[in-house]
Design a protein around this ligand. Structure first.
Ligand SMILES: NC(=O)c1ccc[n+]([C@@H]2O[C@H](COP(=O)([O-])OP(=O)(O)OC[C@H]3O[C@@H](n4cnc5c(N)ncnc54)[C@H](OP(=O)(O)O)[C@@H]3O)[C@@H](O)[C@H]2O)c1
Length: 316
């Protein structure tokens, strides 16, 4: 499989998402994925399933399906553990849950800070503004995690160009990657151009439109990406599914992609998308379906009198 070079480490361009994969099913899904050939698992402390993911990885290593060196494991720092001295304990907890000695990539999950006591945040007093808890301080903790050998590389998630520029100006180790929502309805050309020009890789989350998000995170009128007629026509022309066509489109843009599935047939189907070739015309046709439409819009960080607004979150 094609890989991306992250400071000398090879990230497989396709990985497995694990958000919403319930503890009872994620063990089987991760085991099945590794058996199929997936070598990148995208995790996060807040997904509440890292222990089960860790059990699956351990079983695969013990059974000889894969070695730790052959796997790429990503995880993310949750909002209530921002701050220089909180990062090492947070990553150590993740490593203990995953039963691993190191991560390959650790990301700041959101440019949003919460007080340590509040894992969930729904009121203004649960949050800290980025003036009170600057990203630059949290990043110092991320850099220490590399020095301590807890992770090979560090990056961010949900960062705008403005926030990336501020971070780069205040860092000794540059972020290697920005994981953001990205799919044909939200193509993110400007952000991708900035990242690629500045040697920052991009990883596409919710690449298939995240249709299994909780109802509370959905808008009433939202378009369903996997039902897009233009992509469906192209998919049938190339004898692929819509999901496969979208995954191939990411890969053709040099963007790593982490579709989530707990279904063995869909895990296999998504994995086989790495073989699909798209022509320049196919790519141009997918470009036309863009709607600049986020599914994970960040409105859940906006509370009355709180420090976060949609404008200061996305800098748009
Ligand atoms: N950094 C962040 O803030 C952030 C935010 C969101 C997501 N993420 C990461 O990105 C990963 C992927 O995003 P996501 O989970 O939001 O959504 P997604 O991968 O866009 O979509 C997942 C949904 O698509 C279905 N699906 C998977 N393969 C399919 C196929 N071939 N055909 C039809 N349906 C298919 C899945 O169902 P089945 O499971 O039943 O197959 C599930 O309902 C997450 O799991 C997480 O690891 C990160």
């Amino acid at each position: 499989m094609q890989t991306l070079n992250l400071n000398g480490y090879a990230l497989p361009i396709l990985g497995l998402g694990t958000w919403k994969s319930a503890p009872g099913e994620v063990y089987t899904a991760v085991k099945e994925a590794i058996k199929i050939g997936y070598r990148h698992i995208d995790c996060a402390a807040i997904y509440g399933n890292e222990k089960e993911v860790g059990n699956a990885i351990k079983t695969c290593i013990e059974e000889g399906t894969v070695t730790r060196d052959e796997l790429w494991v990503t995880s993310k720092l949750w909002n209530n553990m921002h701050g220089e001295n909180n990062v090492a304990p947070a990553i150590q907890k993740t490593l203990s849950d995953l039963q691993l000695e190191y991560l390959d990539l650790y990301l700041i999950h959101w440019p949003v800070a919460q007080k340590k006591l509040f894992v969930g945040a729904s009121k203004a007093q649960h949050f800290l503004s980025l003036e009170e808890q600057p990203i630059a301080n949290t990043w110092k903790g991320m850099e220490k995690a590399v020095e301590l050998g807890l992770t090979k590389t560090i990056g961010v998630s949900n960062f705008s160009v403005k926030k990336l520029k501020e971070l780069i100006a205040n860092s000794s180790i540059k972020p290697v990657l920005n994981q953001v929502e990205l799919h044909p309805y939200f193509q993110q050309d400007e952000l991708v151009d900035y990242c690629h020009t500045n040697n920052i890789h991009v990883m596409a989350y919710s690449p298939l439109g995240s249709s299994d998000r909780p109802e509370g995170l959905k808008a009433e009128d939202e378009p369903v990406l996997l039902e897009d007629k233009s992509i469906a026509a192209l998919a049938s022309k190339i004898n692929a599914s819509v999901a496969q066509t979208i995954i191939a489109w990411d890969i053709h843009r040099g963007i790593s992609v982490i579709p989530k599935s707990v279904n063995p047939a869909r895990l296999k189907q998504n994995f086989e998308a790495v073989e699909i070739k798209l022509s320049d015309t196919d790519m141009a046709n997918i470009k036309k379906v863009n709607k600049d439409r986020r599914y994970v819009d960040g409105k859940f960080w906006v509370v009355p009198d709180g420090p976060y607004t949609i404008e200061n979150l996305w800098d748009e």
